[in-house]
Design a protein around this ligand. Structure first.
Ligand code: DLL
Length: 434
């Protein structure tokens, strides 16, 4: 198996990597100062000129960029090149109103393909691979991001996109797909439909896969691996920074290497903005080091992770970030307690009789928040006596309450009643008018 896609960069000694980062940071700061009025103003307000940033420590002098800044400069206001240099646009849907628009020069696409080739190599992809790419093609970055990485490697890519699940399974079987790329929730849905169709993982040739675009627990990873018969690695990215391929797990499966020759990483306390040392959870902040069309300085991702101290036995020298526990903004505050959907998922997957399909519903009754978890139970359990179901409901409730420290309601629902997603799963319905 090919170990690395680009050993020179992936295994670069840290001192060399740092020198490269500093040179690229200086270039990026110059670029935004001269090309993006928003950044020129922001630097001038702090009394900074383009040459005041020389080392990585100087980063602290720079302001943060937020999703709101992108929104305020919709659609192209933060671009650092004329539109004639932009060869691709993508957009991510916001929770409210307008999407966030991102642009790429030819060189940006080249960097993207490079980091995706590194990621795909991590899960075992080579020139011989048949890559079944079920991330959505379109404005979403998942489909085309994986696509160009796969082509860069020279693998065969099947651009199947999302949907038509039964047909996807037929294609995987008949075309001999060896690598699967899609959201983890869709991977589980594929497994479920496969089982219904009477197709076993042994009828397929899957060996590895990259799953991301949404958080998933370790238990969910185990299920994906067991039911599809492959090695499932976590891949992270966001449109604003480039798309998928910002960070990826290696086969050691203990954290995601963030490609530091292109993305400079910090973890901050989301309340105070202070940088946190490795080993502490906080908000991930990224500065792009090579982006031409849309360079971003200290972009606040709202994703919560930490830098994992220590070296990785795989030989890659790029720092690792921990699997994501959630976002600062999908965090629910229920009666003053912070709740991440991933905590509830962990509990549900520990309990054998439930399916990994659930919905979290939040209501406000009077002054009080109520949290209800709908859980699908397995077919064989649902046909059981009512008493058994009541017992299971009670068990789930107690275990969730123990983890969260607040009272919750649990409702068991029939198999296949919770809507499946082809892309990112919707896990939370918040009826509160906050
Ligand atoms: O989701 C890019 C992507 C596509 C990543 C395919 C991986 C695979 P956006 O639509 O802009 O881009 O959404 C970015 O999704 O800020 C995270 O909150 C979440 N996210 C992405 N990957 C992961 C992951 C793509 N592995 C937002 N674990 C990010 C947890 C993830 N959350």
């Amino acid at each position: 198996m090919t170990l690395y896609w680009n050993e020179k960069y992936e295994c670069m000694p840290r001192s060399e990597l740092r020198a490269l980062q500093e040179e690229r940071l200086r270039n990026t700061v110059r670029r935004v100062y001269y090309e993006v009025p928003f950044y020129r103003r922001a630097l001038q307000e702090r009394g900074l000129g383009p040459n005041d940033i020389q080392t990585l420590e100087d980063l602290l002098k720079l302001p943060f960029t937020t999703k709101n800044d992108l929104r305020d400069n919709y659609p192209y206001g933060l671009f650092a090149v004329p539109l004639s240099e932009v060869v691709r646009l993508h957009a991510s849907s916001g929770t409210t109103g307008k999407p966030t628009v991102v642009g790429y020069t030819r060189q940006d696409l080249d960097v993207w393909a490079e980091v995706m080739a590194r990621a795909l190599t991590c899960c075992g992809a080579t020139k011989q691979s048949m890559i079944h790419n079920a991330y959505g093609y379109g404005l979403f970055t998942g489909g085309l991001g994986v696509h160009y990485g796969a082509e860069r490697i020279g693998a065969s890519v099947i651009p199947v996109s999302g949907g038509h699940t039964k047909r996807q399974i037929m294609i995987m079987k008949d075309f001999g797909s060896t690598i699967l790329t899609c959201t983890p929730s869709y991977a589980l849905y594929l497994a479920e439909v496969m089982e219904e169709m009477g197709i076993s993982k042994d009828d397929l040739k899957l060996k590895g896969g990259l799953f991301g675009a949404e958080p998933f627990s370790l238990k969910m990873r185990d299920q994906i691996e067991r039911r599809l018969g492959l090695m499932a690695l976590d891949i992270y990215g966001l449109s604003e920074i480039i798309g998928p391929g910002v960070a990826v797990e290696c086969p050691v499966k203990d954290g995601l290497h963030i490609w530091e020759d292109h993305f400079l990483v910090e973890i901050i306390d989301p309340e105070t903005g202070e940088q946190l040392p490795p080993g502490n959870y906080g908000e991930l902040v990224i500065t792009t080091l090579t982006k031409e069309a849309l360079p971003l300085i200290r972009y606040r991702t709202r994703d919560i992770t930490m830098i994992q101290p220590g070296d990785c036995p795989c030989g890659r020298t790029h720092q690792k970030i921990a699997r994501f526990v959630g976002r600062t903004d999908d965090m629910l505050v229920i009666r003053g307690v912070n709740v991440f959907p991933s905590q509830i998922e962990e509990v549900l997957l520990r309990i054998n009789q439930t399916e990994p399909h659930y919905l979290i519903i939040v209501e406000r009754r009077g002054q009080l928040d109520e949290l209800e978890v709908w859980v699908e139970v397995s077919e064989h359990v649902f046909t059981d006596a009512v008493r058994g179901l009541e017992h299971l409901e009670g068990q789930i409730r107690r275990e969730i309450e123990e983890v969260l420290g607040i009272s919750v309601k649990v409702k068991l629902v029939e198999p296949k009643t919770i809507e499946r997603s082809e892309g990112k799963a919707k896990r939370v319905i918040d009826h509160r008018q906050l």
